[in-house]
Write a protein that binds this ligand. Sequence first.
Ligand code: HEC
Ligand code: HEC
Ligand code: HEC
Ligand code: HEC
Ligand code: HEC
Ligand code: HEC
Ligand code: HEC
Ligand code: HEC
Length: 432
Amino acid sequence: MLLCDAMLVSAQTNAGVAGRCMTCHKKETTGLYNQWFESSHALHKVRCIDCHGAQKSDPDAFMHYDAYIATLVTPRDCGTCHRQEMAEVANSYHAKAGQILDSNDAYLAHVSAGHPAAIQGCEACHGAKMKIDPRSDNMLSMETWPNSGIGRINPDGSLGSCNACHVRHSFSKAQARQPESCSKCHLGPDHPQKEVFEESKHGNTYYTNIDEMNLDADPWVVGEDYFAAPTCATCHMSATSTQACTHDAGGRISWTLRPIISTKKENWRQRRESMKDVCRTCHGSVFVDGHYYQFDASVKLYNEKFAKPSQDIITMVREKGLLENPASFSNDIEWSFWELWHHEGRRAQHGASMMGPDYTWWHGFYDVAKHFYFKFLPQARAYEDEEINTYINNLLTNDPMHQWLNGSTSELKKNIRSGKMQGIYQSMFESE
Ligand code: HEC
Ligand code: HEC
Ligand code: HEC
Ligand code: HEC
Ligand code: HEC
Ligand code: HEC
Ligand code: HEC
Ligand code: HEC
């Protein structure tokens, strides 16, 4: 239990004013009041004003029934009592998620759809840059509020919103430990982590054993307090018998599978070791190493066979000025290339990283191969450029991974049966 400066300070605020928040809101917003009343915060006497109380000078403070309050309760506000969580969130990749305006994704949303789509799409997950409505008395602009994006840019300069995962006003850790608290954002065609988890044996086992997950435990140590199955939080955030819980969700991952060509993160060995430590609670180390051996090979397969050649080709198309229309994304081939890496390539690797076979193959490599060979390459050939055609011909004739296109079925089947075809991919399994 923590008794922090903010509680001491707030204990000195006028108890009458603080009490009136609850009395009136019990009538005015009964559901909200009851969410708070049943929470661990209410139990520990953390009141409305302890979170919403503001200084008159705060950019978003307004007078509300005899008290200055702000509607936003930012990581800095929560951090007055939860310092460590605040610091870990601030150092995480999540906190940077609001800085997307210069991305191709943002360009695409703004030109091909339009501003409202970016607000209710991108910013609802990534976070908006919160604005104050200049026509009002410090009220939030309705263009940016409501918003609970993970990297929200707040008026006090802090980044993120704790209630992206901690649903208000219960702020329960049991709720945050469940996969649903991540799955507003981590799903869909370009990052289907929710779907991958649900199809994996981990997801199957979790959903058939929720009652055994001991979700309210304090602490919640995998292997000790629960052991039936891992959730997203287990692998990416929660404690093990040798590691503390962390609010930096990226601390245990070694690759980043987001760019066109996947790359290893800084200090990847150490990050991977932290994840393996989680796995080893329930599996033997040979089994765990085997998973990474297979996963690394799938990432390399995607990089070498599809990502690198398609990037070379689109670069030539661009540099030679072959695109008919000047604006980015105004030509079909750019959409094909985009979906190849941003959707299909990521899906294949996300499936492989978290044991989802259907995403690895049917929603992943199958789509990558189909669209690489029968959409992207034909679109590139249609420019009838000699250098590009030579590049493609070379690839298909000289690269053993692509030679099958000119082979005979019976010969290829023979090579699969004898293991010769598999041998072509041996280098994918070589570790660095
Ligand atoms: C006399 C009743 C009353 C009291 C006292 C009261 N509120 Fe409210 N509050 C309301 C009502 C009604 C609304 C909804 C206002 C509206 O519909 O515009 C509201 C809105 C709010 C909002 C949302 C504001 C926005 O527009 O984004 C917050 C946050 C809030 N109250 C917190 C508090 C806190 C904290 C206190 C104690 C300092 C408090 N309230 C005291 C009645 C009250
Ligand atoms: C532990 C901190 C905390 C406490 C305690 C708390 N709130 Fe909030 N409240 C929040 C957060 C976080 C948000 C969302 C704001 C944001 O995204 O920054 C919020 C949002 C709100 C909103 C606007 C959103 C909506 O759904 O309309 C109202 C109104 C509100 N709180 C009223 C209250 C009242 C009344 C109490 C006391 C019964 C209370 N809050 C207690 C943290 C708190
Ligand atoms: C449903 C929630 C959601 C929506 C809507 C969404 N994103 Fe994302 N975005 C994510 C998640 C989750 C990731 C991280 C995926 C991962 O790491 O596998 C991400 C990744 C990204 C990245 C990659 C960041 C990097 O470091 O490589 C960019 C850029 C991006 N999104 C921009 C946008 C833009 C712009 C829009 C609107 C056109 C948008 N996103 C819509 C959830 C969303
Ligand atoms: C990415 C989702 C996510 C975000 C964002 C997030 N949390 Fe958490 N939080 C969790 C999860 C999951 C747990 C449960 C971890 C466990 O005990 O296994 C948790 C637990 C907690 C706990 C209980 C810790 C304990 O040891 O009992 C506190 C307090 C907390 N978070 C505060 C915050 C604050 C403050 C912020 C914003 C600065 C924040 N969280 C942002 C997911 C999140
Ligand atoms: C005035 C101090 C204070 C503020 C501000 C505050 N908390 Fe807490 N919080 C506490 C106390 C006290 C507890 C209960 C003791 C504990 O679990 O550490 C708690 C518990 C929690 C828990 C664990 C709840 C559970 O299920 O056991 C979470 C999650 C949490 N807070 C998140 C937040 C978030 C998010 C914010 C900001 C929106 C916030 N807190 C603001 C004092 C505060
Ligand atoms: C409100 C949306 C949202 C929620 C909820 C959310 N995330 Fe994220 N997450 C994102 C976005 C967006 C990114 C990409 C960040 C960027 O583009 O800068 C991301 C990135 C990540 C990453 C990659 C980090 C890195 O360093 O590469 C991990 C791992 C992750 N999230 C795990 C989780 C887990 C686990 C939960 C639930 C406990 C969760 N996220 C909840 C939006 C969200
Ligand atoms: C069994 C443990 C486990 C579970 C459960 C799990 N993950 Fe992962 N996750 C991993 C591993 C392993 C990786 C790849 C690590 C690496 O790159 O070294 C990963 C990678 C990620 C990434 C990075 C993707 C990128 O584009 O670089 C995100 C985001 C993520 N997971 C989110 C989630 C979410 C959300 C859930 C729940 C729906 C979840 N994970 C469930 C183990 C897990
Ligand atoms: C809380 C326990 C727990 C943790 C932690 C855990 N797993 Fe598992 N894992 C299981 C269970 C249970 C199964 C299902 C076993 C079976 O097939 O009977 C499983 C199955 C698997 C499978 C087999 C999938 C299949 O379809 O046959 C792989 C691979 C795997 N886990 C890898 C990992 C890796 C890698 C990590 C860490 C990133 C990890 N697990 C973390 C409990 C866990």
